[in-house]
Ligand binder design. Structure first.
Ligand SMILES: Cc1cc2nc3c(=O)[nH]c(=O)nc-3n(C[C@H](O)[C@H](O)[C@H](O)COP(=O)(O)O)c2cc1C
Length: 426
């Protein structure tokens, strides 16, 4: 059976029957009416405050990746097998200080497209008053339906000053930030995203989960790694199961190493979590959201694109980036970083990859894509499994004496704002 990709005014992916359009192989049931395998439990939904989505999946915020263009592309695939858009699609993180100081680029990043509902914005902040003010401003301007707070960033330039994934160690500061955001957000739900802790000896997720629940957060997401681990090794899903058994009043979302719909279903089964957050697995594979929606609907339908279909999806991504940046050159240059992910596992030679990585315009891109062997089939395993950032464990860089107590000293408090300067990434 084939799922056809067609372009409509507001979607690039639509299910249609037409021999002239690009087709994606989906081995089993029609996507508009996914067949439940016998014995599959009823569909799970995910509720965050007033919003219920019929696929318990969240696109992880990823700095430099999950801008409006990529979010829309993922939504379009999510909608293939879902009544709504197949989950929540969160912005890349924006620092609260930049919003409060009125940086135009940061306001642009939190401004969602008309097709983006609910609008999920991620904020990163270290100072309770600044976070509160940024949330108030977002609310006054009616820019978000859901606000996620990032407490997971492992980048040394952030943690060195006490921000990111090491911040929940300071429980009072963490409490004030989350409580302030919840109060300022009013009826807009606020969620928390965090890691296991600084390292094995400084675990914070249990306190963070209980505090988040206590002060009114609408959900907590746990990336099953410590700051020290960065993106190395394997995510610890047992910690997600542990958090789920501890925090019973709000949804617990699991994050880390979901590369396929099967992984997502397994995480839910193994941990009991209420939904999954998917990051690197969709880099260069936005169609993973179709697989995830199908999987959670009990269908075996999976998107297995030929090289020609990947080229078409990449082209769609390019168009959306050009629209988002309102600048063809900038959009195409931003696309370059995605090229290797899209073609991972496909027979696209080094020379072609290099040429694609230096393209300057849509015309240039089209000419290069036309040279690919469009009929080259889905390569199977070579496309699946881990992709994106990995690396090795690195000592967490913390302010001096950070781990000595769970309280904030005056000295550290005075320098905390520096943890929010020119930050990106989680
Ligand atoms: C390139 C990149 C950028 C990221 N940026 C953010 C971010 O802005 N905010 C955040 O909370 N996490 C960020 N993360 C972490 C992801 O949201 C996610 O927690 C992590 O990648 C683990 O999930 P995964 O195994 O599905 O990739 C980033 C990760 C990557 C790879």
């Amino acid at each position: 059976m084939h799922i056809t990709l067609a372009r409509t005014p507001d979607r690039c992916v639509e299910v249609e029957q037409s021999s002239t359009m690009t087709t994606l192989d989906a081995p089993t049931s029609p996507p508009s009416a996914p067949q439940r395998s016998s014995g599959t439990p009823a569909r799970r939904t995910l509720t965050i405050g007033p919003h219920t989505v019929d696929t318990p999946v969240v696109l992880a915020p990823m700095a430099g990746i999950t801008n409006m263009a990529f979010r829309l592309l993922c939504r379009e695939f999510g909608a293939l097998h879902s009544e709504d858009d197949g989950g929540l699609f969160v912005s890349e993180m924006v620092t609260t200080r930049a919003l409060v100081e009125d940086h135009a680029e940061s306001w642009r990043l939190v401004t969602m497209g008309e097709r983006e509902r609910p609008r999920s914005v991620q904020l990163y902040g270290v100072d309770p008053a600044t976070v509160r003010r940024a949330v108030e401003m977002i609310r006054e301007r009616d820019l978000a339906d859901h606000i996620d707070l990032n407490f997971g960033c492992p980048v040394p330039k952030v943690t060195r000053r006490g921000g990111g994934g090491i911040l929940p160690w300071k429980t009072e500061l963490f409490t004030r930030i989350v409580r302030g955001a919840v109060e300022a957000a009013g009826d807009v739900p606020v969620t928390v995203k965090t890691r296991i802790g600084i390292d094995e000896d400084h675990v914070t997720y249990r306190d963070a989960g209980l505090i988040a629940q206590e002060v009114g957060a609408a959900a907590i997401a746990l990336h099953g790694r410590t700051v020290t681990q960065h993106y190395s090794g394997q995510a610890n899903w047992d910690a997600i199961a542990d958090l789920k058994s501890l925090v019973t009043g709000i949804p617990v979302l699991g994050n880390g190493d979901i590369w396929s719909a099967e992984d997502a279903l397994r995480m839910v089964e193994q941990t009991g979590c209420d939904g999954v957050v998917v990051g690197r697995g969709c880099q260069g594979r936005p169609w993973l959201f179709a697989d995830l929606a199908a999987g959670f609907a009990g269908s075996d339908a999976r998107v297995r694109p030929t090289l020609g279909e990947v080229a078409r999806i990449l082209r769609r991504h390019a168009e959306l980036l050009v629209e988002f940046f309102e600048d063809e050159g900038r959009g195409i240059r931003d696309l370059r970083k995605h090229v290797a992910w899209y073609f991972k596992g496909y027979p696209v030679g080094g020379e072609m990859r290099h040429r694609l990585a230096t393209m300057e315009s849509l015309e240039d891109l089209d000419a290069k894509l036309a040279e690919l062997d469009a009929d080259s089939p889905y390569p199977g395993e070579a496309v699946e499994g881990p992709r994106g950032r990995a690396g090795t464990p690195k000592r967490a860089v913390c302010p001096q004496g950070w781990m000595d107590s769970r309280e904030i000293t005056a000295d550290i408090a005075a320098r905390l704002h520096e943890a929010e300067l020119s930050v990106s990434g989680g």
